[in-house]
Design a protein around this ligand. Sequence first.
Ligand SMILES: CSC[C@@H](O)[C@@H](O)C(=O)COP(=O)(O)O
Length: 345
Amino acid sequence: MSNPKQLSVQALQWNGRSLSVLDQRLLPEKIAYDDYQDAAGVAEAIASMRVRGAPAIGIAAAYGVLLSAMRHYPADNWQDSVEKDIQQLAASRPTAVNLFWALDKMRRRLNESNADPIAELTQLAQQIHAEDIAANHAMGEFGADILGDAKAVLTHCNAGALATGGYGTALGVIRSAYKRGHLQNVYADETRPWLQGARLTVWELAQDGIPATLIADSAAAWLMKSGKIDWIVVGADRITANGDAANKIGTYSLAVLAKQHGVKVMVAAPYSTFDFSLASGDSIEIEERNPKELLADCYLQDDSLVTAWNPVFDVTPAELISAIVTERGVIIDPGKNGVRSLQTC
Ligand SMILES: CSC[C@@H](O)[C@@H](O)C(=O)COP(=O)(O)O
């Protein structure tokens, strides 16, 4: 086994006065960072998916609020200007609750701060960032315990260092399991239409010296039928009070297929991905992106008879999930046991 090295490319870097965002649209061909000095820029980076992945967009939004405060403080009514920027950040993408969780935390700190708001907001944004990395390492160990001596897994989308503060949720579990020496192969779905698997996940794994095998999304059923994988390991964008989990479009089909083939499904996500205010996944807003992401250019004119429907997330019901792994512990069979045991005020 080669010695895994820490991924040196980071999705987000705070520079003291600006946020550097790795443009994930250009990977794996090009590693390029854009520098943002205001919240509007960060909101655009999230909406355009330069930065993507639920925890990473939460962290980016936290720095966006900080940049807003740095810009407006101490002008008159500076909090109102920051609140407008918070609204703009909140409108960037709807499905991942980590975005709203981070904005709420920053807003609360802003409203409570008195002596030095910039210092306090800097401390909180950096804490959100650092705690996400620590959570991923904890999840990695819990998840690897559950995988045991599994030899091969399938993952979907990119739930890695690129989608988080670092180390990754699903890929954190995979990294930790690989270090233990049992896991030999990681299958990655292409993840159409944006190709997070083909462009990001296999690249990220290879950077770490972990063998990866790319498959077309439509090959997943046959992979399971062939008995080549023991587990599917994915991340999540929002987990509701009954344990339903929204994740990248295609996750639900994998979970249905997994049931048919006796493959287990693990969802790895930090506590910031839980939304206890929603009873079930039926209430999650599913982002629909521009049909341009699917359609050939010749179908883009207004009078085209060909259109496209482009939902980019789906919801996997709790009863199709074998285990939810968080930094606070693991829930086996969330469909039976629920996830309320994790809830704190
Ligand atoms: C740790 S990332 C978990 C999820 O955010 C990830 O699986 C996913 O669906 C990302 O979607 P994306 O549209 O690329 O932001």
